[in-house]
Design a protein around this ligand. Structure first.
Ligand code: TSJ
Length: 196
């Protein structure tokens, strides 16, 4: 159960990195009725350009295990996402950048979308930028697959204290009515101590 919730934090950490790079002000975490989690940010969007061997950079983020420093191009230092991908029944990816929405999808870590000349297909137009990940933890790997809201809220609140200019929105849609909480802690660690 600890590892299950950790899947969410591994994904969120990438958005926090984008915030620390100066490009993301809001992260949304949704626990969906179907047992999936959705993480959305308003950062630049994972780069989708051709990277190596004719494969989109975004595809490499989700199919390369980075431990050991083999994936040492620091511009693409997304971590954890390939592990979460391998541990998910499916993972759906939408990237908004350069005026388009790009789509990718995996089942137990294996891509199920065909690249078009090495690039992800476009499924729409947008003026926004950002990244959305939706995933279902694999119930053949995890004994229990129900995310724990209280633990997630506590961790996301701590992440907000540590990043005073970031807003983290949490939604739990699994119950009869949606729980909606916004974490924004402009006083940072000072506020954390006060609230303790
Ligand atoms: F990794 C991931 F798939 F899990 C994930 C990454 C999940 C989520 C919700 C967000 C992200 C993510 C990655 N948000 N923002 C970024 N940014 C980049 O990957 C990025 C964008 C631009 C550039 C650049 O040099 O132009 C470089 C990077 C690493």
């Amino acid at each position: 159960t600890k590892g299950l919730n950790h899947l969410i934090y591994e994904i969120v950490d990438n958005s926090v990195d984008e915030h620390l790079a100066g490009f993301c002000t809001e992260i949304r975490v949704v626990l969906e009725k179907d047992g999936t989690a959705t993480v959305t940010d308003n950062g630049r969007g994972i780069p989708v350009d051709m990277h190596q061997k004719g494969i989109s950079a975004a595809r490499l983020v989700f199919t390369t295990l980075h431990a050991g420093g083999k994936f040492d191009d620091s511009a693409y230092k997304t971590s954890g996402s390939s592990v979460v991908n391998a541990l998910s029944t499916y993972m759906d990816v939408k990237i908004s950048r350069d005026g388009a929405v790009y789509h990718d999808r995996y089942e137990r870590g294996v891509p199920v979308i065909e690249l078009e000349n090495g690039l992800l297909p476009k499924i729409g137009k947008t003026k926004k930028t950002g990244t959305t990940i939706n995933f279902l933890p694999d119930d053949t790997i995890f004994e229990k697959t129900k995310f724990r809201a209280e633990e997630a809220k506590s961790r996301l609140h701590e992440t907000a204290y540590l990043n005073p200019e970031l807003t983290i929105i949490f939604e739990d849609k699994r119950g009869d009515q949606t729980e909606h909480i916004e974490y924004h802690e402009p006083e940072g660690i000072i506020g954390f101590i006060r609230d303790l």
